[in-house]
Design a protein around this ligand. Sequence first.
Ligand SMILES: *Cc1c(COP(=O)(O)O)cnc(C)c1O
Length: 292
Amino acid sequence: MNAKRQVPYHRPAIGPDEEREVLEALRSGWITTGPKAKQFEQEFARYVGARNALAVAHCTGALHLALFAIDIQPGDEIITTPFTFTATAEVMGYLGARPVFVDIEPDTFNIDPRRVQAELESGRHPKLRAILPVHFAGQPCDMGAIMRLARHHGLKVIEDAAHAVGAASPIDGRGLVKVGLIGDLTCFSFYATKNITSAEGGMITTEDDAMAAKIAVASLHGMDRDAWKRYDSSGSWFYEIHDIGFKYNLSDVHAAIGLAQLRRCDELKRRRQAIAQTFNEAFGAEPALQIP
Ligand SMILES: *Cc1c(COP(=O)(O)O)cnc(C)c1O
């Protein structure tokens, strides 16, 4: 096969807007977490309509922090899907928790709420704490059903929205709700191959201010938020360490790429939809293939 004619796995769409934002960050004299990361959080919160958005180094860290925020303990169990990237279940291991894998629906590739219900009613999992659905390839899970089950059984919901920035799901009594406003915590990825990219990066959204505050502190060594200002004339040299934390802050250079990409999110989505339609039209009539 001629390698030149192979469809590439993924090429990021980086243009002059990304270059301009990154140059601005590089020339500002401030390259790690600072004003660009803060602006990325604000613009992302506005895009989703979320009350809190916290920028982090990657979605893996976002998922870890989300589990930390709901106080997952060793031995706890979390329902999730086996049809995902390894990070979804990997982070459970960071905290000594265990995944309970529930199979997917064949037509959506998403976790099957009926099988979740069966697992919940089996009585086999007294240490269940949460459900962690994955919106595979950007198609949202049946979040109406998942939220109903979680609330009925007293479980938290953390969404792995690594592929699902800009997606929405119908919720009882609320109509179509954007991913990022549904579960207790939602984790997005800006890895190089995702819907929008910051090369490496992630975001957590939540409507819960207490959890947002806990994550903000935990994401940078347990320091009080805005400790980065300790180098700045507007801040103070004084900061406190409140707890053991993690090193999950997003640099301003990465946030700068993310800012430019976020503004192009809808444009990139339309382009992706057009490409998907081309594939569907090309392969839809082929009886050996099933078009997702
Ligand atoms: C990519 C991905 C992640 C991890 O994202 P990073 O930003 O690379 O840490 C988590 N879950 C799913 C479903 C993913 O595809």
